[in-house]
Design a protein around this ligand. Structure first.
Ligand SMILES: *Cc1c(COP(=O)(O)O)cnc(C)c1O
Length: 294
């Protein structure tokens, strides 16, 4: 099983960020990254309980979840298959998936929309195949992400996370509400117009929006979109903190925190924390944004 992790809570270094603590889930594993590890923890347990030895999942060609699933399966003696959205391509992420023994099936964008159909067309007769939704989304993922709260100090006033589907955020809010702490969860959607469905996903899993704030203005144009301002922030942050962040998720979250700090959003005594959800391989999908002359 996935246990015994290294994920310390570290204080940021720069003088402007002294009140900020980071839960270093990125250090759990370089390939089973951050929240994808949290999500897979109970999916793996479910697979063992159901006697399934083959995880079948879904993602884009730069999906952190695909690499995480491939690595997890290889380490636990399971088979893995992924339906990859779009035309056949090769890149660093898919190379890792293949090295870990994952079978990749490229699927047109139309086919990809019907995940259940894809699964049953290929695996209806494989009693040992387990359907794992895109990004690992589902109740097992929520339960795994809720455990992050138990590993944090109880006196945090504001906890930040980046959100794609909102599953991780739902887990964090579940953990906060169950712990009875006063922590407010601040969610930074990384997609355009993501606030509504991310809020809906959180309500779906927790039944509540108490202690939740969604910050809609830090998506930088949409999923995997960047602006020069975000890239220069990222370079500065990494050099100042000695901590890698990725352009798709965590850079948008840390930008939001810096921006809110600059707007005096917090009280001087507030204790702020952020979950570093990993995803650092995402840098390789945007190499061209980091040319020296930029
Ligand atoms: C997948 C991912 C997320 C998004 O998680 P959701 O649960 O889908 O909201 C956030 N950060 C990183 C680094 C990720 O890889």
């Amino acid at each position: 099983m996935l246990t015994d992790i290294y994920s310390p809570v570290q204080q940021l270094r720069h003088s402007s960020r002294k009140n900020i603590w980071v839960k270093r889930d990125d250090l759990i594993d370089p390939y089973i990254s951050g929240n994808k590890w949290r999500k897979l923890k109970y999916i793996l347990e479910e697979a063992k309980n159901l006697n399934k030895d083959h995880l079948v999942t879904f993602g884009g060609a730069y999906s952190n979840h695909l690499v995480a699933t491939a690595a997890t399966c290889a380490r636990h003696g399971l088979k893995s298959t992924a339906f990859v959205r779009g035309e056949a391509v090769e890149n660093e992420m898919l190379l890792l998936c293949r090295l870990y023994g994952m079978r990749l099936i490229f699927s047109t964008r139309d086919d990809y929309k019907e995940k259940d159909v894809l699964f049953s067309t290929h695996f209806a007769n494989d009693a040992h195949a387990l359907f794992v939704d895109e990004g690992g989304a589902g109740i097992h993922a929520v339960i795994g992400c809720a455990e992050i709260i138990e590993e944090l100090p109880a006196d945090i006033d504001h906890l930040f996370c980046a959100a794609g589907t909102g599953t991780t955020a739902a887990g964090l809010l579940k953990g906060i509400l169950e712990s009875g702490s006063k922590t407010i969860l601040h969610v930074v959607p990384v997609l355009k117009d993501g606030a509504d469905f991310i809020t809906a996903a959180i309500i779906n899993y927790t039944g509540s929006t108490a202690q939740l704030i969604v910050h809609e203005d830090y998506h930088f144009g949409g999923y995997a979109k960047t602006k020069p301002e975000l890239i220069s922030f990222m370079k500065r942050f990494i050099a100042e903190e000695g901590m890698l962040i990725d352009p798709v998720y965590t850079a948008k979250m840390f930008f939001a925190i810096d921006d809110l700090l600059g707007k005096q959003y917090f009280k001087a005594t507030d204790k702020i924390a952020a979950v570093h959800t990993g995803g650092l391989l995402g840098i390789w999908g945007m190499k061209e944004k980091f040319r020296p002359d930029d």
